[in-house]
Design a protein. Structure first.
Length: 424
């Protein structure tokens, strides 16, 4: 029997609204109790939190892992190391790998590799279309049975309306949903930055803001037709959020997430052709950034995901227009989100809710809570302890962070997976 007793903590559980000083007991990987005056358990490992915050381990809705096919960028083991350092204990892996996750054996492979790390549960998305090519629907029944958590083509939009309609219908039949990369492919093709004055001045091919809002509007109509559930990833514009808000009013099954760059940075971050800040979707105007912040506050956005996209040096050491899009996000997910707490935009419980209970509810999994009897996936952090992001010194292989040089407040002190300490 393994026993863990964390004392002198600020217990934070967004699922129940708990925010109180106390202690927490774990037995054999399960939360036994929390509160005050719990007494001592013989043989328990005692950890004094020193007044730091103890919350459920983070549930990351969206990360690319590199493996299989791009292990030079990131492996499942190295991503698990970075996730643990960021307080993430559950992670959804994108399927647009090489080969893509459109086969039941590959889904099971990724799950097993996650289990082998011992520090993160990996929930793979399955390819929505065969080969993530956007043409033929994949074998949803077999993929779900193998453990796929939902369906998506990852960083590739499902551009064909008929294919997306079929995907929503099939996913609904299996009680699942489709995650869309909301960027109209023909409008976004060849683009490197958000269309506008800055892109023009820098001589960069632009992607109009309408590329996002148009595809969101189309897929909301398809959700209405099919009764299916569409989830929009990394939403970054006011126009798209307005469509999502309106769809919610109508009671449609429409959800969305965003990622830290879209509420912490704007298009000025690309600076002098700074390729670390080349992302997909591209960074937007400050008006759009503020709209994302407002949508976090009013509940329109369901979750904050890392949107981790590992790239190696050769991917980024190219002219801006030719460089690969994507940023590393696992180790910085919590701290950049806490910046919105320090700015007064969110309460600490609201911020953690977007990182734990709400994504867990969306996925229908038992995670993201300190409830008695729940898995003891935990993160201990100091919300005001400062540190500086330095590319080259992040945990894991991927160092292509758009936050390079950013001073942050909020440091992970420890992470536990099923009651076993995996970081700190």
């Amino acid at each position: 029997m393994s026993l863990l007793h964390i004392t002198n903590a600020r217990l934070l559980d967004p699922a129940s609204g708990l925010d109180a000083a106390g202690e927490l007991l774990v037995r054999d990987g399960i939360i036994l109790d929390h509160g005050t005056g719990l007494g001592r358990l013989d043989g328990a490992e005692v950890v004094d939190a020193g007044g730091a915050c103890l919350a459920p381990g983070l549930v990351d809705l969206r990360a690319a892992l590199g493996e299989p096919g791009a292990e030079h960028r990131e492996t499942i083991a190295s991503a698990a190391q970075a996730a643990a350092a960021g307080g993430i204990t559950t992670l959804c892996a994108l399927p647009d790998t090489d080969p893509p996750l459109d086969d039941a054996a590959l889904i099971q492979f990724v799950i097993r590799r996650g289990e082998a790390t011992g520090c993160v549960t990996i929930l793979p998305y399955a390819a929505a279309t065969a080969g993530c090519a956007g043409k033929e629907i994949a074998e949803y029944g077999l993929l779900e049975e193998a453990g796929a958590v939902a369906f998506t083509d990852g960083t590739r939009a499902i551009g064909n309306a008929r294919t997306m309609r079929l995907a929503l219908s099939y996913a609904r039949a299996f009680g699942s949903f489709v995650v869309q990369h909301p960027e109209e492919p023909s409008l976004a093709a060849g683009g490197a930055a958000t269309e506008g004055e800055r892109a023009t001045r820098m001589g960069l091919p632009g992607i109009p803001v309408a590329a996002e809002s148009m595809l969101v509007a189309r897929d909301i109509e398809l959700a209405k037709i099919t009764g299916g559930h569409v989830h929009f990833a990394h939403v970054s514009t006011a126009a798209a959020l307005a469509h999502i808000r309106a769809a919610r009013v109508l009671g449609l099954r429409v959800t969305c997430d965003t990622a830290p760059p879209y509420f912490d940075l704007n298009e000025t971050a690309i600076g002098e052709y700074r390729t670390y800040a080349k992302l997909s979707p591209p960074l937007r105007s400050d008006e759009d950034r503020l709209a994302v912040v407002a949508a976090l506050k009013d509940g329109t956005i369901d979750a904050i995901a890392s949107d981790h996209q590992p790239r190696d040096a050769d991917d980024k050491r190219l002219p801006f227009a030719q460089a690969e899009a994507g940023g590393a996000g696992l180790a910085t997910l919590l701290a950049v989100t806490l910046a919105r707490v320090h700015a007064g935009d969110l309460t600490l419980l609201q911020a953690l809710d977007l990182l734990t209970a709400r994504p867990a509810k969306l996925l229908g999994i038992e995670a993201g809570t300190l409830r008695k009897g729940a898995p003891a996936d935990l993160v201990l952090f100091h919300p005001e302890r400062g540190w500086r992001v330095e590319a080259g010194k992040l945990p894991g292989k991927a160092q292509n962070t758009p936050f390079d040089g950013r001073a942050l407040e909020g440091k992970v002190l420890g992470t536990w997976k099923a009651g076993r300490r995996v970081f700190g």
